[in-house]
Every structure is written in C-alpha cells, then in structure tokens.
Write a protein that binds this ligand. Structure first.
Ligand SMILES: Nc1ncnc2c1ncn2[C@@H]1O[C@H](COP(=O)(O)OP(=O)(O)OP(=O)(O)O)[C@@H](O)[C@H]1O
Ligand SMILES: [Mg+2]
Length: 240
C-alpha cells in the first residue's frame, strides 16, 4: 500500500482538568489517502471537532499513534508541528474567524505574513480570491460582506499557502442554503484539482458531497463507508 496522508492507530484523547478526566476519543483507527474527500459525521459532543483538531495538528493525541505524510507526529516538537501545519494544512471554521476592520485582501494575505516576497504574496492572495469568485470584493472590510462571502474569504485564506489538505469544520453551518451550496461547490472543485478535503458536519446532505463518510459516536468510529450516490453541488443542489 502506498503511504497514507493520514494514518491513525488506536488513537485516543482524554482531557484532564483537576481530578476530572474526559475521554473524548477512543481507539480510533483509519487512514486517509492523498486526494480523498472525506466527511466526518456524528452528533453534537461525539468528538468531531476534537478529532479534526488532532488531525489538523492543533492538538496532540493522548494515546496511540498519528502519522501525517509518513511522519509520526509524536517525534515532532511543537515548533516542527507548527511548521508542518502552516505548510500543509488549511482550516475553515463555522464562524469564519476573519479579522474585523481588515480588508478581504489583507485577511487572505495574513498567513503569508512571514513570506519575503511581498509582490508575490499580493498576487497569490488576489489569485485565490478570484478562484472563489471574490475579485470584486478585495478592498471591502469583512463586516461589509455577506456570510457566504465571508466563508469564501476563509477558504481563500486557507488556500493561500497551497496546503495539501483543507479541514473544514461545519463550514456551511452558519450559511443559508444557497451560500452553503456555493461553499460545497468550491470544496468539490478543489478536490477535483487534487486537494485532500476533510469536512466535519452533522448533516447527511452536506456529508454526501464527499466520497466517503466516517461516522463518530461517543468518541468511537461506528461507520466508514464510500458514498453511494454522491451529491454534486454544481449539478444544482438547492435544498438543505
Ligand atoms: N478542552 C476540553 N476539556 C474537557 N472536555 C472537552 C474539551 N474539549 C472538548 N471536550 C468534550 O469533548 C466532547 C467532544 O467535543 P467536540 O467539540 O469534539 O464535539 P463535536 O462532535 O465537535 O460536537 P459539535 O457537533 O457540538 O460541534 C464534548 O463532550 C466536550 O465537552
Ligand atoms: Mg464541533
């Protein structure tokens, strides 16, 4: 088997606070190949966001192993982990997490702040904003655009470093159905171009835009199946 992009073995996560222990993830085993589009589904509190934070190298597991692109993340220090995350991973969140009183263009340039080449940085940010259909909103402040546009800015920001993987946690959760479909269309287009997409959602309709659905319940994997009748946002999905 070729090297997986993501490989978890008996992964667990327990939060400890004082004498209280919360076991949030238990004995998780799966692999995700490069180029896959996977949905992670489960009810509220089942551990989806926690799993995404670990997969996205924002948090470390408490037990078991996690290999990202062949690297055992237990062997990396916090700085290595941050580097790997900045290079390889883009995040999109339900609440957009954009900077207020800052232009659309500057929000997207933010992850490039350490880059040396300012002109290339500007070109790159404009290009990704164009790819999500926002080239007419570059100089708007983020409080002057709609929710759907905000989420497309967040996707552009996630893309600007050309990561291998995009993690999206309930990216359509705060959107009307039309804007939600636009976001799913963009994610499907990115996947068709070769990006690995990992989408967290509790909605079956949204999840079915992926190729595969991993189901989480009470911190355990209870299902892992290919989607039989995959939905395509470009084909005129309208409902939610
Ligand atoms: N830092 C923490 N300390 C203790 N418990 C935590 C912590 N973070 C999350 N939890 C617990 O872990 C469980 C899973 O949380 P998580 O946010 O992963 O759920 P989720 O599946 O994303 O839910 P939702 O659909 O509501 O977003 C919850 O019961 C939560 O209370
Ligand atoms: Mg969550």
């Amino acid at each position: 088997m070729p090297q997986a992009l993501i490989e978890l073995k008996q992964l667990g996560k327990t939060y400890v606070s004082g004498d209280m222990e919360t076991e949030v993830l238990k004995e998780i085993d799966f692999r995700i190949e490069k180029g896959e589009f996977v949905s992670i589904m489960g009810p509220s509190g089942s551990g989806k966001s926690t799993l995404m934070h670990i997969l996205g190298l924002l948090e470390r597991p408490s037990s078991g192993s996690y290999h990202f692109a062949g690297k055992n993340i237990n062997t990396l220090n916090d700085e290595d982990l941050a580097h790997l995350r900045n290079r390889e991973i883009g995040f999109v969140f339900q609440a957009f997490n954009l900077l207020a009183r800052t232009s659309v263009l500057d929000n997207v340039k933010l992850p490039l702040i350490y880059s040396q080449d300012k002109r290339r940085m500007d070109e790159r940010a404009r290009k990704v904003l164009k790819s999500v259909g926002l080239d007419h909103r570059l100089n708007y402040y983020t409080n002057q655009i709609s929710g759907g546009e905000k989420q497309r800015v967040a996707i552009a920001r996630a893309l600007v470093n050309e990561p291998a993987v995009i993690f999206a946690d309930e990216p359509t959760g705060n959107l009307d159905s039309k804007s939600g479909v636009q976001v799913m269309e963009i994610l499907q287009k990115l996947n068709a171009q070769g990006k690995t997409i990992i989408l967290v959602t509790h909605e079956t309709f949204t999840a079915e835009h992926a190729q595969r659905i991993i189901k989480v319940h009470d911190g355990r994997i209870i299902g892992d199946d290919q989607v039989k009748n995959r939905r395509f946002a470009a084909d005129g999905d309208t409902l939610k």
